[in-house]
Design a protein around this ligand. Sequence first.
Ligand SMILES: [Zn+2]
Length: 65
Amino acid sequence: METYHDLLCTPSPAGLAFECEQGCGRLLVVERGTGRMTVLGRGDPYALHRGGTPDVELSVGVERA
Ligand SMILES: [Zn+2]
């Protein structure tokens, strides 16, 4: 059975931060400009995190930010 978590996107001076809304600890930051992704927290490895797929969210988020 698959578990879905939602990622909340929060713009910050360094870039975009994505944090798991369910609170499993998943946390990653996508740098503004370079688009480089840094995973700060792995969170639940069995959960599928939606809304924060960097490649998808990046193209939308960065333009807006
Ligand atoms: Zn999660």
